[in-house]
Design a protein around this ligand. Sequence first.
Ligand code: FES
Ligand SMILES: [Fe+2]
Length: 327
Amino acid sequence: MLKGAPWLLAHRSMLKPNQPMKVSIYGKDYVLWQDGTGKINCLPNACPHMGAMLSSGWCITKPDNSNAVVCPFHALEFDGAGCTVLPGTEKSTKSLLEPLELIIQGDFIWSYGGYEAKIPIPTIMNEIAANYEFIGFSGDRSIKTDFLSLLLNMHDYNHQNGTHRQLFEIEEVQLNQFIDDGFHSHAYIAQPRKNPTLRDIFKNPALLAMPKVLEAHLENFFPFMAVMHGESPILSIKECHFYIPESSNQSRVFILMFVKAHSPIAHLIKGNLLKLVEVVIEQDADILSKIYPNTPQNIKLNNEVGMDWVRRNFDSFPDVVQPNLSR
Ligand code: FES
Ligand SMILES: [Fe+2]
């Protein structure tokens, strides 16, 4: 399960203060919450009393400003260290829930899922956050699929005309360049589009931000993230995709969207961009639920180098074999 990779569990905006959230990684569930002071905590989600999901509980702030998550079953209160005060006593117990180690960089909540780090956290998200406007998260979905299938889908440059046919109306996919740098890669893609009708534009003004030829530069960070660098006269986009292996047959994806506006129209389009991404991920989730696993692949198309890159890295992880897929 790719132990040693960093995973972005959430962006701070996904955590409403004092609202517990469930996150899963490597087959284990955790409760993640942010207290009123911005401190973020993460504990195993099963209450050590009788197993209720702490993420279904609530948070309290005590008079001394300390904070705890409250179990929805019998209302035991656990602080960020996993300690509780049992009824009829005054002293805090020892830790009954071992906190999951988080690495918090600004608004980004990373974790190695409790394993030793083998791959460093890249600095790119901090650079994007410093230079672009964050407009929100979208497409946060837990999909019933194994992690390799999810990664293959996300690095498949041919499925626009099947999975996403109604959205983009792509005429063809040209993979102009693929730079293989081990666990890091770049794909430069050009996709000529059919012209959208006025009705399409009315339904989805974000189409206006999409030029006749969709040029995309995808920067991939195996196995946890990909950034789509998009440029148009109206705005620059950094569409950041994150992948998380929740368990052997459940995988999560979500997107953080950052923009830099070059024209006032950009501000009209921002909300629609998030909606567009929501639809894209819904379509991906749909096709992933309609694939027979382990079907031998007896046909190979052009432009599958992104998937070849995923398979090679998946097999060699955490070692990088000699990069050999550049073209
Ligand atoms: S199950 Fe959590 S307090 Fe009883
Ligand atoms: Fe897709």
